[in-house]
Design a protein around this ligand. Structure first.
Ligand code: BGC
Length: 352
């Protein structure tokens, strides 16, 4: 079968190669891959800045935002042949740490977790893969190819869960949310905010184009420029750019008693002149909480599956701005200005 793989930490090493069928050690459920979404993490892996190959191997199969159709599953598994499914990305560490021991691998404490398509475990960008029942999530068949949005939605479902748990440290009746960054993560975070009945604002650099249109189509308000110039003092900020100047601008504008959640990974090495004393003073006097959030556990995938099932299908399909055939994979990995989510189509999604 064909698989798209890289030599981690080596830029320009991506290649579509013939590989062996997936190993039985990956689980008894055999899945045919239909589509794989591309995100910033894949681009970082391709640039040689991130990613680890499986032990004893040179290459890592890419792909962590998956959608597949079950080909074979044991009788007692939660999925059956024909079901549309998504594979969970992270696997608990083998020790396991206290959090991985209770299936909260997204809070792994010792860093020995693996991640499919990212860290020491082949990803889903092969024609077929195998998986165990604990790590496969069934998606609403009516979503079709849009089920590929489940993994990024699980990341924002976790962010929302963290925000709500922290917010409820005291009386919590949030009204407004600001999302910084109108990429797929930002737009999905905004969708979950709208689903919660909040007054949602999204800020990005562009003043027109597909991103502002998608924000408005959600019933949210779009802003470009600086957070400080919006006049907002949001109860919740979800930061999805990873850009240090945006992060600090947002952090100084969280409303009283508000929660800011950081989801974007910065590259580091950007030092800026900043009044940390004033930031500290505001955060203390206004009980502001800032929290980082990465990855997602099964609970978050399930919350995400419900959120996608309830979302407007036309809006979701506008998030996928480019669909590229597996043979043309290099096009998918080259950024275009108007890209939101780019998806590699491995097989057509036709009902069987
Ligand atoms: C993935 C997460 C993963 C993180 C860090 C993100 O792109 O969506 O599942 O934990 O990268 O590797």
């Amino acid at each position: 079968m064909k698989a798209l793989s890289v030599v981690p930490q080596q830029a320009g090493s991506a290649a579509l190669l013939d590989v062996d069928e997936p190993p039985v050690s990956d689980g008894p459920i055999v899945v045919e891959t239909l589509a794989v979404g591309i995100c910033g993490t894949d681009i970082e892996i391709l640039s040689g800045a991130y990613g680890w190959s499986p032990p004893g191997r040179e290459r890592l199969v890419l792909g962590h935002e998956s959608l597949g159709r079950v080909l074979e599953a044991p009788h007692d598994s939660p999925v059956a042949a024909g079901d549309l499914v998504v594979g969970i990305v992270r696997r608990p560490d083998p020790v396991p740490c206290a959090n991985c021991a209770v299936m909260e691998w997204d809070f792994c404490r010792n860093g020995l977790y693996t991640e499919r398509g990212i860290k020491a475990h082949d990803g889903y960008l092969s024609e077929r893969y195998r998986i165990t029942s604990d790590f496969v999530v069934k998606v609403d068949a009516g979503l079709g190819q849009l089920g590929v949005l489940l993994e990024p939605t699980s990341v924002v479902a976790k962010a929302w869960e963290e925000i709500e748990r922290i917010g409820s440290r005291a009386h919590w009746a949030p009204h407004s949310v600001l999302v910084t960054g109108a990429g797929p993560i930002g737009l999905l975070a905004a969708l979950l905010g709208v689903q919660r009945g909040l007054d949602v604002h999204v800020l990005d650099r562009m003043s027109d184009g597909v991103k502002p249109d998608l924000v408005r189509a959600l019933g949210a308000t779009y802003h470009s420029g600086r957070v400080g110039d919006t006049g907002l003092e949001p109860d919740v900020i979800i930061e999805c750019t990873g850009v240090s100047s945006v992060i600090l601008d947002a952090m100084t504008n969280v409303g009283v008693g508000g929660v800011m959640c950081l989801t974007g990974v910065s590259s580091g090495g950007h030092e800026i002149n900043f009044d940390e004393g004033a930031l500290n003073r505001n955060m203390v006097l206004e009980n502001v909480a800032v929290v980082g959030s990465v990855n997602a556990n099964r609970r978050h995938y399930e919350a995400a599956a419900s959120a996608l099932a309830a979302a407007n299908r036309d809006w979701l399909s506008r998030l996928v701005t480019r669909r590229v055939a597996l043979e043309d994979w290099s096009d998918a990995l080259t950024r275009h200005d108007d890209d939101v989510k780019v998806v590699i189509e491995v097989q057509p999604v036709v009902a069987r």
